[in-house]
Design a protein around this ligand. Structure first.
Ligand code: ADP
Length: 580
């Protein structure tokens, strides 16, 4: 129900109260029978009037909105009752106090004094008309009129006070409502950037400012980091200017050691306020708000409102930051888990490779051992002629050599892969390395009726190499070239490409299908008819070569095709002599 209607309802109740308290007392007031009858008639009329008002309030409340109708009605009825009761000097005069107070409650000082003025005027008129004009009657008039005026003033004053208190309460409620709304807005998200932006928007709204700027850091609390988060919300087209001013103010405030609320006006008369965002132990940042030059300076209630909001905003920012930290950590955890899973897979792969390697080694060892055992048993169990005996011993010898080679290769590869080889990588003359290798193979190549070309590079070129290991690689490649070439030539040469030396061993042998170019570098991988080729190698040579070249920081690969011969190429880093 609107406030004025509530008041009208109370007045209705008051009227009834007046009627019921007046009616039984009337006979006791020594009124003449005529006046008594008139008084009761007026009471009846007043009751009717009150009922009409009650009815109209329910039906046509707009008529009575401003209360003028009832104020005038009450006034007339009261004056009538005063006149019936014996005039302004009679006890009925007190009735006028009720309407004066009622007018004060409705309209404040002005209208009340007007009503009181009318009463006093009527009183004065009636005194002149009916009294003899003696001094005591005049004093009576002043006395009661004075009290009536004081009562009206007091009632008016109380009404003003009540209205001021009501307005203050309404303002406080509005602020509390705005604060709640802003707090709800900042708590609506857990995204740090969104929360920061909302804090700026709401701070500007609550402070009634033109621009708000939030800056977090450089400090951060123990658990959360803010990474220099910044957000702003500015209204006018001078947003850049306003931001620059606030930036400068915040910069100064952050440089200051004591984080306190700062207020003032800029050189161009704009009111500003800076509020720190702090926990018990750390200063997280600042929020600054800036008003336009024509706006009023910040008042204590603005400060109280903004600081309460910033306190809530800090919690929301901390929550968002913690959420981000937890998100980051869970991502780290997921990454670590993925790494772990990959490492586990790798380990499984390594384990499988180890099992395969052991199986292959056992298999490779068993073949020559079986031959050696069978032929030595034959020799021991049967009398055989000399040529057969020599043939068997020859086989036993070849198989023993193969066994020795295999064991050496297995040891080699195991040591390299376990990192147990003591690498002595030093500068070596490349031509010297090639020639040393060529010298030890010249005879073997000649024995196989093959031509041999060694094109040594210029003598001043040096490579970084472990001499013995690189000679081992060259021996292996030249050995393979001899093994897989029946006619034609074998060539050894080198070239400089960029910062590496490229060494090539080419032959005109059987060649290797492109599909096998990578596979021949795997352990125990041999191409072709492995049964007939078996005694010739272990299938570990190229794998060892590649491991050795990799240890030097180089690469080893093959270029070949079936029936087109093969070229094995590897690179070694050049040694660059330090400038003198
Ligand atoms: P092996 O000791 O059996 O020669 P390698 O690892 O040295 O073992 O060689 C692996 C396989 O690569 C050989 O069995 C052969 O099939 C192929 N291969 C290596 N070098 C040559 C070459 N020069 N010409 C043709 N095939 C070759």
């Amino acid at each position: 129900m609107p406030a004025h209607l509530r008041m009208e309802q109370r007045f209705i109740a008051l009227r009834y109260l007046g009627l019921f308290s007046l009616a039984p007392t009337l006979p006791l007031l020594n009124l003449t029978s005529g006046r008594l009858a008139a008084a009761y008639a007026l009471l009846c009329f007043t009751a009717l009037y009150n009922m009409t008002i009650q009815f109209l309030l329910r039906r046509r409340s707009t008529w009575l909105n401003n209360g003028y109708f009832t104020t005038i009605g009450d006034g007339i009825l009261n004056i009538a009752m005063v006149i019936i009761g014996g005039g302004f000097g009679s006890p009925f005069y007190f009735i006028l106090f009720t309407t004066s107070i009622a007018a004060a409650m409705r309209y404040g000082y002005g209208p009340t004094l007007l009503v009181v003025g009318i009463y006093v005027m009527l009183d004065a008129l009636s005194s002149r008309l009916f009294s003899t004009g003696n001094a005591s009657a005049t004093a009576d008039l002043f006395f009661r009129s004075g009290f009536l005026v004081i009562t009206a003033l007091l009632a008016g004053y109380l009404r003003e006070q009540a209205r001021a208190a009501e307005a203050a309460l309404a303002q406080e409620l509005a602020r509390a409502g705005a604060l709640n709304e802003s707090s709800r807005a900042v708590s609506a998200s857990l995204q740090l950037s969104t929360v920061a932006r909302t804090v700026a928007v709401e701070a500007r709204r609550l402070a009634g400012a033109e621009c708000a700027l939030l800056r977090l850091g450089p400090h951060a609390s123990a658990d959360v980091t803010y990474d220099g988060v910044e957000a702003q919300d500015c209204s006018s087209d001078q947003a850049d200017d306003q931001q620059a001013i606030l930036n400068a103010l915040l910069h100064e405030a952050i440089a200051d050691s004591a984080p306190v609320v700062e207020q003032g006006t800029t050189d161009d008369h704009r009111p500003f306020m800076l509020v720190p965002l702090q926990t018990r132990s750390a200063l997280l940042g600042y929020v600054g708000v800036l008003r336009a030059a024509h706006q009023p300076p910040f008042q204590p209630h603005d400060t109280a409102l903004l600081t309460s909001f910033i306190e809530r905003a800090r919690l929301a920012l901390e929550n968002a930051s913690l959420y981000k930290t937890i998100g980051d950590r869970s991502q780290d955890l997921q990454r670590a888990y993925a790494d772990l899973a990959a490492a586990h897979q790798e380990l499984l792969g390594v384990d499988e490779m180890k099992t395969n390697f052991i199986a292959n080694v056992s298999h490779e060892l068993r073949t020559p051992l079986t031959s050696i055992r069978s032929f030595s048993e034959l020799l021991l169990s049967y009398e055989v002629d000399k040529p057969t005996e020599r043939e068997f011993l020859g086989i036993i010898n070849t198989e023993s050599e193969r066994l020795t080679r295999l064991i050496n290769d297995v040891l080699d590869i195991t040591k390299i892969e376990a990192g147990q080889v003591d690498w002595r990588i030093e500068p070596h003359n490349l031509a010297d390395l090639l020639q040393t290798s060529a010298r030890s193979f010249a005879q073997i190549i000649a024995d196989h009726q093959l031509a041999f070309i060694c094109e040594a590079p210029p003598p001043d070129i040096k490579v970084l190499a472990d001499r013995d290991r690189i000679l081992q690689v060259l021996a292996n490649l030249l050995g393979n070239a001899v093994k897989f070439t029946t006619q034609g030539q074998i060539k050894l040469d080198a070239a400089i490409v960029g910062e590496s030396a490229t060494i090539r061993v080419s032959d005109t042998g059987i060649g290797i299908a492109p599909a096998d170019h990578e596979r021949i570098f795997e352990k125990f991988h041999q191409v072709g008819d492995t049964l007939t080729d078996k005694p010739k190698g272990t299938g570990l040579g190229l794998c060892i070569c590649r491991d050795i070249v990799h240890q030097h920081g180089g690469r080893l690969w093959v270029e070949s095709g079936i029936g087109q011969g093969s070229t094995f190429i590897f690179t070694l880093p050049l040694h660059v002599a330090p400038a003198a």
